[in-house]
Write a protein that binds this ligand. Structure first.
Ligand code: SF4
Length: 337
Protein backbone atom coordinates (compact mmCIF):
# COMPACT_ATOMS: atom_id res chain seq x y z
CA UNK A 1 0.00 0.00 0.00
CA UNK A 2 1.36 3.44 -0.94
CA UNK A 3 2.32 5.75 1.94
CA UNK A 4 0.58 9.10 2.54
CA UNK A 5 3.61 11.14 3.62
CA UNK A 6 6.97 11.40 1.88
CA UNK A 7 10.22 13.06 2.88
CA UNK A 8 12.85 13.92 0.28
CA UNK A 9 16.07 13.92 2.34
CA UNK A 10 18.97 16.14 1.33
CA UNK A 11 22.05 15.64 3.50
CA UNK A 12 24.14 18.76 4.02
CA UNK A 13 27.20 17.32 5.75
CA UNK A 14 29.20 19.12 8.44
CA UNK A 15 29.28 22.30 6.39
CA UNK A 16 29.76 25.49 8.33
CA UNK A 17 30.18 23.48 11.48
CA UNK A 18 33.30 24.40 13.44
CA UNK A 19 32.38 21.95 16.20
CA UNK A 20 33.49 18.44 16.80
CA UNK A 21 30.88 16.71 18.89
CA UNK A 22 32.37 13.52 20.29
CA UNK A 23 29.76 11.29 18.64
CA UNK A 24 29.72 12.91 15.21
CA UNK A 25 31.35 11.98 12.02
CA UNK A 26 28.94 13.41 9.49
CA UNK A 27 30.92 12.12 6.58
CA UNK A 28 30.80 8.55 7.88
CA UNK A 29 27.08 8.75 8.62
CA UNK A 30 25.81 10.32 5.43
CA UNK A 31 28.42 8.92 3.07
CA UNK A 32 28.67 12.43 1.59
CA UNK A 33 32.10 13.99 1.55
CA UNK A 34 31.54 17.07 -0.60
CA UNK A 35 28.73 19.56 -0.68
CA UNK A 36 25.97 19.09 -3.21
CA UNK A 37 25.76 21.75 -5.92
CA UNK A 38 22.47 23.49 -6.60
CA UNK A 39 22.10 21.45 -9.81
CA UNK A 40 22.62 18.22 -7.90
CA UNK A 41 19.93 19.24 -5.40
CA UNK A 42 17.52 20.06 -8.27
CA UNK A 43 18.25 16.66 -9.81
CA UNK A 44 17.87 14.85 -6.49
CA UNK A 45 14.53 16.45 -5.61
CA UNK A 46 13.06 16.09 -9.10
CA UNK A 47 14.13 12.45 -9.49
CA UNK A 48 12.64 11.69 -6.09
CA UNK A 49 9.41 13.51 -6.96
CA UNK A 50 9.11 11.40 -10.11
CA UNK A 51 8.92 8.25 -7.96
CA UNK A 52 6.23 9.51 -5.55
CA UNK A 53 2.68 8.39 -6.32
CA UNK A 54 0.13 11.07 -7.26
CA UNK A 55 -1.99 9.94 -4.29
CA UNK A 56 0.61 11.21 -1.76
CA UNK A 57 -0.96 13.56 0.79
CA UNK A 58 2.18 15.31 2.01
CA UNK A 59 5.62 15.68 0.43
CA UNK A 60 8.38 17.53 2.24
CA UNK A 61 11.97 18.37 1.39
CA UNK A 62 14.20 17.92 4.45
CA UNK A 63 17.69 19.38 4.79
CA UNK A 64 19.39 17.13 7.30
CA UNK A 65 22.92 17.13 8.59
CA UNK A 66 22.63 18.91 11.89
CA UNK A 67 23.94 22.41 11.21
CA UNK A 68 22.11 23.76 8.17
CA UNK A 69 21.72 27.32 9.48
CA UNK A 70 25.45 27.48 10.21
CA UNK A 71 26.29 26.95 6.54
CA UNK A 72 27.33 29.93 4.39
CA UNK A 73 24.03 31.91 3.98
CA UNK A 74 24.54 32.16 0.19
CA UNK A 75 24.62 28.36 -0.02
CA UNK A 76 21.60 28.03 2.29
CA UNK A 77 19.67 30.31 -0.07
CA UNK A 78 20.82 28.32 -3.14
CA UNK A 79 19.38 25.15 -1.62
CA UNK A 80 16.30 26.71 -0.05
CA UNK A 81 15.33 28.46 -3.29
CA UNK A 82 15.22 25.10 -5.12
CA UNK A 83 12.82 23.77 -2.49
CA UNK A 84 10.80 27.00 -2.35
CA UNK A 85 10.28 26.96 -6.12
CA UNK A 86 8.74 23.48 -5.84
CA UNK A 87 6.68 24.60 -2.85
CA UNK A 88 5.23 27.53 -4.81
CA UNK A 89 4.53 25.20 -7.75
CA UNK A 90 2.59 22.94 -5.38
CA UNK A 91 4.90 19.98 -6.10
CA UNK A 92 5.87 19.73 -2.42
CA UNK A 93 3.95 20.73 0.70
CA UNK A 94 6.68 21.67 3.14
CA UNK A 95 10.37 22.30 3.83
CA UNK A 96 12.07 21.19 7.04
CA UNK A 97 15.61 21.20 8.33
CA UNK A 98 17.77 20.27 11.29
CA UNK A 99 20.25 22.55 12.99
CA UNK A 100 22.03 23.42 16.23
CA UNK A 101 20.41 25.43 19.03
CA UNK A 102 23.14 28.10 18.86
CA UNK A 103 22.61 28.61 15.11
CA UNK A 104 19.21 30.21 15.63
CA UNK A 105 18.61 33.97 15.73
CA UNK A 106 16.08 36.50 14.38
CA UNK A 107 17.91 37.01 11.11
CA UNK A 108 18.18 33.26 10.45
CA UNK A 109 14.54 32.63 11.26
CA UNK A 110 13.39 35.50 9.03
CA UNK A 111 15.37 33.95 6.18
CA UNK A 112 13.83 30.52 6.79
CA UNK A 113 10.34 32.07 6.82
CA UNK A 114 11.05 33.87 3.57
CA UNK A 115 12.04 30.59 1.91
CA UNK A 116 9.00 28.69 3.12
CA UNK A 117 10.54 26.50 5.83
CA UNK A 118 7.79 25.13 8.06
CA UNK A 119 9.57 22.86 10.57
CA UNK A 120 12.87 23.18 12.43
CA UNK A 121 14.51 20.35 14.34
CA UNK A 122 17.08 21.17 16.97
CA UNK A 123 19.82 18.75 17.96
CA UNK A 124 19.43 19.27 21.71
CA UNK A 125 20.95 15.92 22.70
CA UNK A 126 20.89 16.71 26.44
CA UNK A 127 19.72 19.48 28.74
CA UNK A 128 22.45 18.82 31.29
CA UNK A 129 25.36 21.22 30.86
CA UNK A 130 27.88 18.67 32.20
CA UNK A 131 26.74 16.18 29.51
CA UNK A 132 26.87 18.81 26.74
CA UNK A 133 30.36 19.75 27.90
CA UNK A 134 31.62 16.15 28.05
CA UNK A 135 30.23 15.66 24.54
CA UNK A 136 31.98 18.86 23.32
CA UNK A 137 28.71 20.08 21.85
CA UNK A 138 29.78 23.72 22.11
CA UNK A 139 26.34 24.91 23.23
CA UNK A 140 24.61 25.04 26.58
CA UNK A 141 21.19 24.30 28.01
CA UNK A 142 20.36 28.01 27.94
CA UNK A 143 21.14 28.15 24.18
CA UNK A 144 18.43 25.51 23.72
CA UNK A 145 15.86 27.46 25.75
CA UNK A 146 16.61 30.67 23.83
CA UNK A 147 16.35 28.90 20.47
CA UNK A 148 13.09 27.16 21.37
CA UNK A 149 11.50 30.47 22.45
CA UNK A 150 12.59 32.23 19.25
CA UNK A 151 11.39 29.37 17.01
CA UNK A 152 8.03 29.48 18.76
CA UNK A 153 7.85 33.27 18.35
CA UNK A 154 8.15 32.84 14.58
CA UNK A 155 5.59 30.06 14.63
CA UNK A 156 7.59 27.18 13.14
CA UNK A 157 6.78 23.57 13.83
CA UNK A 158 9.41 22.47 16.37
CA UNK A 159 11.17 19.14 16.74
CA UNK A 160 13.78 18.27 19.39
CA UNK A 161 16.31 15.45 19.19
CA UNK A 162 17.79 13.81 22.26
CA UNK A 163 20.59 11.32 22.71
CA UNK A 164 20.47 9.08 25.79
CA UNK A 165 23.77 7.53 26.78
CA UNK A 166 26.16 10.43 26.03
CA UNK A 167 29.39 10.78 28.04
CA UNK A 168 28.72 11.95 31.64
CA UNK A 169 25.03 11.03 31.35
CA UNK A 170 23.11 8.43 33.32
CA UNK A 171 19.53 7.26 33.60
CA UNK A 172 18.70 10.15 35.93
CA UNK A 173 20.11 12.86 33.66
CA UNK A 174 18.46 11.36 30.57
CA UNK A 175 15.08 11.24 32.28
CA UNK A 176 15.55 14.79 33.60
CA UNK A 177 16.29 15.93 30.03
CA UNK A 178 13.11 14.27 28.81
CA UNK A 179 11.05 16.02 31.50
CA UNK A 180 12.50 19.40 30.54
CA UNK A 181 11.86 18.65 26.87
CA UNK A 182 8.21 18.00 27.73
CA UNK A 183 8.06 21.41 29.43
CA UNK A 184 9.40 22.98 26.22
CA UNK A 185 6.38 21.45 24.48
CA UNK A 186 7.81 20.51 21.06
CA UNK A 187 5.55 19.22 18.28
CA UNK A 188 7.65 16.08 17.98
CA UNK A 189 10.85 14.45 19.24
CA UNK A 190 13.43 11.98 18.01
CA UNK A 191 15.30 9.69 20.37
CA UNK A 192 18.72 8.56 19.22
CA UNK A 193 20.58 6.42 21.80
CA UNK A 194 24.27 7.20 21.43
CA UNK A 195 26.23 4.97 19.07
CA UNK A 196 30.00 4.82 18.77
CA UNK A 197 30.70 5.55 15.11
CA UNK A 198 34.03 4.87 13.41
CA UNK A 199 36.31 7.86 13.09
CA UNK A 200 34.77 9.84 15.96
CA UNK A 201 36.26 11.09 19.20
CA UNK A 202 33.88 8.75 20.99
CA UNK A 203 35.48 5.78 19.23
CA UNK A 204 38.84 6.92 20.63
CA UNK A 205 37.38 7.29 24.14
CA UNK A 206 35.79 3.85 23.82
CA UNK A 207 39.08 2.30 22.73
CA UNK A 208 40.85 3.96 25.67
CA UNK A 209 38.14 2.56 27.98
CA UNK A 210 37.09 6.09 28.92
CA UNK A 211 33.55 5.71 27.60
CA UNK A 212 31.14 2.82 28.04
CA UNK A 213 28.17 2.83 25.68
CA UNK A 214 24.69 1.74 26.71
CA UNK A 215 24.01 -1.94 26.20
CA UNK A 216 21.15 -2.76 23.84
CA UNK A 217 19.10 -3.81 26.87
CA UNK A 218 19.76 -0.51 28.72
CA UNK A 219 19.03 1.55 25.62
CA UNK A 220 15.72 -0.25 25.05
CA UNK A 221 14.79 0.23 28.71
CA UNK A 222 15.65 3.97 28.78
CA UNK A 223 14.00 4.58 25.42
CA UNK A 224 10.83 2.83 26.55
CA UNK A 225 10.67 5.10 29.62
CA UNK A 226 11.18 8.16 27.42
CA UNK A 227 8.59 6.96 24.92
CA UNK A 228 6.12 6.51 27.75
CA UNK A 229 6.79 10.04 29.10
CA UNK A 230 6.35 11.62 25.68
CA UNK A 231 3.23 9.60 24.87
CA UNK A 232 1.66 10.63 28.17
CA UNK A 233 2.48 14.26 27.40
CA UNK A 234 0.89 13.92 23.94
CA UNK A 235 4.20 14.54 22.11
CA UNK A 236 4.82 12.54 18.93
CA UNK A 237 8.00 10.47 18.84
CA UNK A 238 8.78 10.30 15.15
CA UNK A 239 11.97 8.24 15.35
CA UNK A 240 13.71 6.00 17.88
CA UNK A 241 17.23 4.86 17.05
CA UNK A 242 19.37 5.47 14.00
CA UNK A 243 18.44 3.19 11.16
CA UNK A 244 20.26 1.60 8.24
CA UNK A 245 18.19 3.91 5.95
CA UNK A 246 19.97 6.86 7.60
CA UNK A 247 23.27 5.62 6.28
CA UNK A 248 24.41 3.85 9.45
CA UNK A 249 25.40 0.22 9.21
CA UNK A 250 27.14 -2.45 11.25
CA UNK A 251 30.48 -1.66 9.68
CA UNK A 252 30.38 1.95 10.82
CA UNK A 253 29.17 1.23 14.33
CA UNK A 254 32.12 0.36 16.56
CA UNK A 255 29.96 -0.18 19.65
CA UNK A 256 26.65 0.77 21.21
CA UNK A 257 22.99 -0.21 20.96
CA UNK A 258 22.55 -0.48 17.18
CA UNK A 259 19.65 -2.64 16.03
CA UNK A 260 17.85 -2.48 12.71
CA UNK A 261 14.44 -2.78 14.45
CA UNK A 262 15.25 -0.67 17.48
CA UNK A 263 11.87 1.06 17.60
CA UNK A 264 10.06 -2.25 17.54
CA UNK A 265 12.14 -3.45 20.50
CA UNK A 266 11.15 -0.33 22.42
CA UNK A 267 7.44 -0.47 21.60
CA UNK A 268 7.37 -4.13 22.40
CA UNK A 269 9.03 -3.45 25.78
CA UNK A 270 6.46 -0.80 26.57
CA UNK A 271 3.61 -3.23 25.93
CA UNK A 272 5.30 -5.86 28.11
CA UNK A 273 5.58 -3.33 30.95
CA UNK A 274 1.88 -2.50 30.68
CA UNK A 275 1.02 -6.20 30.93
CA UNK A 276 3.32 -6.74 33.92
CA UNK A 277 1.91 -3.72 35.74
CA UNK A 278 -1.54 -5.17 35.35
CA UNK A 279 -0.73 -8.72 36.47
CA UNK A 280 0.47 -7.86 39.91
CA UNK A 281 -1.48 -10.76 41.36
CA UNK A 282 0.10 -14.06 42.32
CA UNK A 283 -2.20 -16.66 40.87
CA UNK A 284 -2.98 -16.26 37.19
CA UNK A 285 -3.69 -19.12 34.84
CA UNK A 286 -4.83 -17.51 31.65
CA UNK A 287 -4.07 -14.14 30.15
CA UNK A 288 -6.12 -12.64 27.31
CA UNK A 289 -4.46 -9.72 25.50
CA UNK A 290 -6.43 -7.68 22.99
CA UNK A 291 -4.54 -5.35 20.66
CA UNK A 292 -4.74 -3.55 17.33
CA UNK A 293 -3.69 -5.93 14.54
CA UNK A 294 -0.75 -3.62 13.76
CA UNK A 295 0.63 -4.32 17.25
CA UNK A 296 0.64 -8.11 16.90
CA UNK A 297 4.38 -8.42 16.40
CA UNK A 298 5.12 -5.78 19.08
CA UNK A 299 3.10 -7.60 21.70
CA UNK A 300 4.84 -10.88 20.92
CA UNK A 301 8.27 -9.23 20.94
CA UNK A 302 11.20 -10.25 18.76
CA UNK A 303 11.35 -14.04 18.48
CA UNK A 304 8.30 -14.21 20.80
CA UNK A 305 10.42 -12.81 23.65
CA UNK A 306 7.52 -11.08 25.46
CA UNK A 307 5.32 -14.17 25.37
CA UNK A 308 8.13 -16.49 26.51
CA UNK A 309 9.00 -14.07 29.32
CA UNK A 310 5.38 -13.99 30.53
CA UNK A 311 5.04 -17.79 30.42
CA UNK A 312 8.29 -18.25 32.34
CA UNK A 313 7.82 -15.53 34.93
CA UNK A 314 4.16 -16.03 35.77
CA UNK A 315 3.79 -19.76 35.24
CA UNK A 316 0.87 -19.21 32.89
CA UNK A 317 -1.11 -21.99 31.31
CA UNK A 318 -2.27 -19.97 28.36
CA UNK A 319 -1.82 -16.58 26.71
CA UNK A 320 -4.46 -15.74 24.16
CA UNK A 321 -3.89 -12.76 21.85
CA UNK A 322 -6.94 -11.29 20.15
CA UNK A 323 -7.33 -8.45 17.68
CA UNK A 324 -9.55 -5.39 17.93
CA UNK A 325 -8.75 -2.68 15.40
CA UNK A 326 -10.91 -0.19 17.30
CA UNK A 327 -8.11 0.00 19.85
CA UNK A 328 -5.48 2.71 19.26
CA UNK A 329 -2.00 1.49 18.37
CA UNK A 330 0.13 1.00 21.45
CA UNK A 331 -2.84 0.45 23.75
CA UNK A 332 -4.20 -2.90 24.86
CA UNK A 333 -6.92 -4.52 26.90
CA UNK A 334 -5.83 -7.15 29.40
CA UNK A 335 -8.11 -9.78 30.86
CA UNK A 336 -6.82 -12.01 33.63
CA UNK A 337 -8.39 -15.34 34.50
S1 SF4 B 1 27.30 20.28 15.51
FE1 SF4 B 1 26.33 18.70 14.31
S2 SF4 B 1 27.54 18.56 12.47
FE2 SF4 B 1 28.76 19.70 13.94
S3 SF4 B 1 30.06 18.18 14.92
FE3 SF4 B 1 28.23 18.39 16.17
S4 SF4 B 1 26.78 16.86 15.45
FE4 SF4 B 1 28.38 17.08 13.90
Amino acid sequence: MAKDNYIIPIFVPHLGCPHDCVFCNQREITGVRTRLSQDEVIHKIDSYLATIPKTAKKIEVAFYGGSFTGVDPKYQIELLSVAKERLVQGRINGIRLSTRPDYINNQILLRLKEYGVSAIELGVQSLRDEVLKASTRGHSRSDVIKAVNLIRKYDFELGLQIMPGLPASNLESDLATAKEIINLNPDFVRIYPTLVIKGTELAELYKAKKYTPLTLEDAVEISSLLLEYFKEAGIKVIRIGLQPSEGVNNEQVVAGPFHSSFRQLVESRLLLKKIEEKIKVDKINRLVLIVNSKDMSNIRGQKNSNINHLYDKYNLEEIDIKVNDNLARGSLTINIE
